[in-house]
Design a protein around this ligand. Sequence first.
Ligand SMILES: [Zn+2]
Length: 68
Amino acid sequence: MPGPNPATITSARICPNCDGFATAAIPAGTRHRDGTRVLLHVDCGTCHGAGTVPLRPRLTMADVEVAA
Ligand SMILES: [Zn+2]
C-alpha cells in the first residue's frame, strides 16, 4: 500500500456491488446549449454513494464477535 502510513484495521470495506466506484455518470442523450452532454449522476444503491459498506460482525464457534 503506498503512502507513509501502514495499513490498519478499518471499520469499513469496499462496496461489493460497485467495487468502490459509488457514483456513475450516465449520458442522458441530450446536450446543453454549449454542446456538452447532459449527465445523470446516479449513486450505488448498496452503499448510497459512499463506496464502502460497514463490516458485518461475525461470530466464531465460541460466539465471540470479530471483525469480518
Ligand atoms: Zn456501492
